[in-house]
Design a protein around this ligand. Structure first.
Ligand SMILES: Nc1nc2c(ncn2[C@@H]2O[C@H](COP(=O)(O)OP(=O)(O)OP(=O)(O)O)[C@@H](O)[C@H]2O)c(=O)[nH]1
Length: 309
């Protein structure tokens, strides 16, 4: 039996991991394998994806639309050889990935037969400004979508949903648009009931490598972080950042990890798990357009956040 693949795309911080997490948490016993690609050296997303019924495979330190394309195909082959075989495979791309290249790779005849690309889901922050919808990467992510999930409607202005639907229609995106409240999308929509039909052949657009536009810097430490100092540092870094996320222990609440997210100009903190032995207590990745942020500037600001720093 072929294993249908769901490809989840969408810009940095749009809400892809939230959708994948929701999907895995509502798998109802279905074996769903997740392949998660974080562009940086540390794959925070793989750690944030909990409750995966058939394991999470993490692809880090590169982008599956650029340098890791071979890794993706090898990973899929390995997943297909698992016993028992997964019933579904979800691939979460990094927010900087142009899915056109991934779709092209998934059109490989063997993969298409064994793990056909069933659905491409693009998660779109409902608060995305009109100008950002003109961005070539965002357009490419939208253009390959079968379904566009509008996230963060709870944070967006009134009427944002209607405006986004109109904007998507104006871009001639041939997708079904749904609302995803904190990642809530019915599984049946993403993996329609198995029908005996040939997989859809797709014609992706031109290549646009993500690694030429964004870079990921990371910062790790074994010392806890002072929250007020971190807030100050993030305030200074914010204008340069496209996205940041990480896990850290605070001076204020030792022994417990906090999950830090910076997306769409908004920073949030949520309680996380207890720190795993052997892992640095603080791991944060920062994604910026090339040349916007240097490692030395980042190190300087972040070193100032640790206790006694
Ligand atoms: N209020 C609100 N927050 C949301 C919603 N969906 C996602 N978020 C938050 O948005 C932030 C980014 O969500 P992620 O799911 O990590 O985004 P992502 O697209 O996986 O991010 P990258 O993989 O780094 O590009 C997190 O803090 C989420 O909790 C939503 O519907 N409402």
């Amino acid at each position: 039996m072929p294993v249908p693949v769901l490809l989840v795309t969408g810009f940095l911080g749009a809400g892809k991991t939230t959708v994948v997490n929701h999907l895995l948490a509502h798998a109802d016993g279905r074996r769903i394998a997740a392949v998660v690609n974080d562009f940086g050296a540390i794959n925070i997303d793989a750690e944030l994806i909990a409750g995966a019924s058939d394991g999470v495979v993490s692809l880090a330190n590169g982008c599956i639309c650029c340098s890791l394309e071979g890794d993706l195909l090898r990973t899929l082959s390995t997943l297909l050889r698992r016993d028992p075989r997964p019933e579904y495979i979800v691939i979460e791309t990094s927010g900087v990935a142009d899915p056109a290249d991934i779709v092209r790779n998934l059109m490989d005849p063997v993969i298409l037969r064994e793990a056909p690309l069933e659905t491409v889901l693009c998660v779109l922050d409902a608060g995305t400004p009109a100008s950002a919808l003109e961005d070539a990467l965002v357009r490419s992510q939208l253009r390959v979508a079968d379904i566009v999930a509008l996230s963060k409607l709870d944070l967006a202005e009134e009427g944002a949903g209607v405006r986004m639907r109109e904007a998507i229609r104006a871009l001639r995106v041939p997708a079904v648009v749904v609302e995803a409240n904190h990642g809530e999308i019915p599984l049946a929509l993403l993996f329609p009931a198995a029908v005996d039909r040939a997989p859809t052949l797709r014609e992706p657009g031109p290549r646009r490598p993500a690694e030429e536009r964004f870079e990921t810097l990371s910062w790790t430490s074994d010392r806890p972080i002072s929250l007020p100092r971190l807030q100050q540092a993030i305030g200074r870094l914010a204008p340069k950042l496209a996205r940041a996320k990480g896990l850290f222990e605070t001076v204020e609440q030792p022994g417990r990890l906090m999950v830090f997210q910076f997306a769409g100009g908004r920073a949030t903190l949520a309680p996380g798990e207890t720190p795993a032995p052997g892992m640095p207590r603080t791991r944060i990745v920062f994604i910026a357009e090339l040349g916007m942020l240097s490692q030395s500037e980042l190190d300087g600001l972040m070193e100032g956040c640790v206790a006694g720093g």
